[in-house]
Design a protein around this ligand. Structure first.
Ligand code: ATP
Ligand code: MG
Length: 591
């Protein structure tokens, strides 16, 4: 191994933040010359960025090899026919980059590869003797994200590790799932990235059990809740604690005149003025959009002290997309009176042709009593009891989760946190093998179903999450396993050039990737760039070397400086690198 010289490195550091990046990690990755944005959510990787990427990939490959997964590489460009049998050509909606070839045939740039992996496995495997098998790739994915943001965190072109397991039965699938899950934990620990494992909603992937690995970060778009027991859930996967109460002694419904425009605030004020104490059931009209684009109207009932959470509702109604209904959407629904929508004209209670389905949030449990609209302007009804006076077509999770809500595992109150999804594991079951006709011959010659699992890691996203997690006002602070160079030698005086070279050759000899800043720049510029680049060990040859033959070894993370005689420096750096490596494994933790 040889040292790399900064003077010939293809990069450019910047003092000023780029104007088009909104999170600190993205600014630093651009300023440090790791990546360059070429279009929204599309990045070029410079040599420094590629080195970091290779380190992350290496950690993943090691753990994949450890569980016996085999690496392959599939194309990004695939025909519609591959994704049509599972319905995902349509289901993925606008998120897919679709294109046509010169003959007018439909193609896509793959957002994920369950279908082509199933086809490939079907092509090559025919007997129970071929199973179990886990295949994976580290490959570029394309998703036309509505809001590409936060640099590499949400790209439209990004790198993913995706693995797929094929087994003969459910038990085999579960075994592969836990192997893969364990491998993920090892990868994240090795990379020094914090993670929380949360129960997830499996979304358009289908299947049953699924968990996400979230890196806890304030800039994250995923909200998760954590119980005192440490268990965590993505809010979309959280089930409200079920309850049911006896309603035999509750008073009967009573209609009251309620002046005001029909807003929740005016109703609350009115009830308070009248001395009436009642929970309010708000009914919200929504539009459901099916994968084929067909739209319909439905009504969702939830307690008025909670916001409607469209993502949670969508998770219950998948693959439908849900949005709040506007006036135009409701023109054929005169029975839904704005501000006074009740329970009488919707769901099981309704009669007549314009019936809308009625969904009830799980907080509206059987036996609870409510004040709700009377389906006519200026009136509400008190004492409407769920299970006695109204029913619904489906119980859903539609209400926003609140800090302090009770945990489904009975361990106490939930706290709400934010994170970025860095990986997800799925038990897919038979969804893909069935729809793509993949079976193998069993020991008795009969055709057997193949059980599948799929497992993703956001390779490029992880880099951004690490950058976001470890940084200060001066720049990046890479964990030693991820850093593009372990040692960054700053030649602070031109008289020290020879000594820097000697030291760089020696540290390289020890197997430590070394960068020597040999540029014709001031010491100040070089120090600033060393902090910006964020390599874990910075060795400085300058005044101290000239006067006492000393090298200053600085730990980027703590700022601690150790002064050693030049001839001892390489050994000291090697020992320090080992120290940083073992600290890293201790500090990376499962929260
Ligand atoms: P998200 O909810 O953040 O959009 P997802 O659940 O749709 O992600 P998966 O289909 O589970 O993503 O993909 C596997 C992994 O790929 C994710 O855990 C994430 O780390 C990464 N990933 C997904 N979308 C992107 C993206 N647009 N840019 C970078 N990485 C991504
Ligand atoms: Mg996911």
């Amino acid at each position: 191994m040889r040292p790399t010289y900064f003077s010939s490195l293809f990069t450019r550091t910047m003092r000023e933040d780029p104007t088009d990046e909104n999170v600190e990690s993205a600014k630093l990755l651009v300023r440090g010359g790791y990546v360059r944005k070429m279009a929204p959510g599309v990045f070029a990787w410079l040599p420094l960025g590629l080195k970091v990427l290779e380190n992350v990939e290496k950690a993943i490959r090691e753990e994949m090899a450890h569980i016996g997964a085999q690496e392959v590489h599939l194309p990004a460009l695939l025909p519609k026919s591959v994704y049509a049998p599972t319905g995902r050509w349509d289901e993925y909606g606008d998120n897919i980059f679709k294109l046509k070839d010169r003959h007018g045939a439909d193609y896509l740039l793959a957002p994920t590869h369950e279908e082509p992996f199933t086809l490939l496995a079907k092509d090559l495997l025919s007997s129970y003797k071929d199973l179990p098998i886990t295949l994976y790739q580290i490959q570029t994915k394309y998703r036309d994200e509505a809001r590409p943001r936060a640099g590499l965190i949400r790209g439209r072109e990004f790198i993913m590790k995706d693995a797929y397991s094929f087994t003969l039965d459910e038990e085999g699938m579960k075994a592969c799932y836990s192997e893969e899950r364990e491998a993920y934990e090892k990868v994240f620990r090795k990379l020094g990235i914090s993670y929380v494992i949360v129960h997830a909603f499996s979304g358009p992937m289908g299947g049953s059990e699924s968990e996400e690995f979230l890196c806890p970060l304030e800039i994250g778009e995923d909200t998760f809740v954590q119980a005192p027991s440490g268990k965590a859930w993505n809010v979309e996967a959280l089930k409200t604690v079920e309850k049911e109460e006896d309603f035999s002694s509750l008073p009967l419904p009573k209609e009251i005149s309620t002046p005001g425009g029909g807003s929740i605030a005016s109703l609350e004020a009115f009830l308070e003025k009248e001395g009436i104490s009642s929970q309010i059931l708000k009914n919200i009209a929504v539009v459901l959009k099916a994968p084929d684009g067909k739209k319909s109207v439905a009504v969702v009932g939830l307690p008025s002290d909670r916001q409607l959470d469209l993502k949670r509702l969508e998770a219950c109604l998948s693959p439908m997309e849900v949005s709040i209904a506007g006036e135009e959407d409701l023109k054929d629904h005169p029975e839904l009176v704005k501000g006074f929508i009740g329970v009488g004209k919707v769901g099981p209670q309704a009669s007549g042709p314009a019936k809308c389905p009625y969904f009830l949030d799980a907080h509206v449990f059987k036996g609870s009593s409510w004040c709700t609209g009377s389906d006519k302007k200026g009136f509400h009804t008190l004492n409407m009891v769920c299970g006695r006076d109204f029913e619904c077509d489906k119980v859903v999770e539609a209400a926003q989760v609140k800090e302090g809500d009770l945990s489904p595992d009975g361990s106490g109150k939930l706290s709400i946190r934010r994170g970025v999804e860095i990986g997800q594991v799925f038990q897919l079951g038979l969804k893909y093998s069935r729809s793509m006709g993949f079976k193998v011959a069993g020991p008795d010659g009969s055709q057997k179903d193949v059980w599948m699992g799929s497992y993703g890691i956001g390779v490029s996203r992880i880099i951004a999450c690490i950058a976001e997690s470890y940084r200060d006002e001066k720049g990046l602070i890479w964990p030693i396993t991820v850093a593009p160079f372990k040692v960054h030698i700053v030649c602070a005086r031109k008289e020290c050039k020879e000594e820097c070279e000697r030291l760089g050759v020696e540290t390289s000899h020890f197997g430590l990737e070394t960068l020597i800043d040999d540029r014709n720049e001031s010491a100040g510029v070089k120090f600033a760039d060393a902090d910006l680049l964020g390599c874990p060990i910075i060795a400085i040859a300058g005044k101290g070397y000239m006067e006492n033959g000393e090298i200053e070894i600085k730990i980027r993370k703590s700022g601690e400086v150790r002064k050693v005689q030049a001839r001892e420096a390489a050994k000291e750096i090697l020992a320090l690198s080992e120290e940083l490596r073992s600290n890293l494994l201790d500090s990376a933790h499962l929260e």
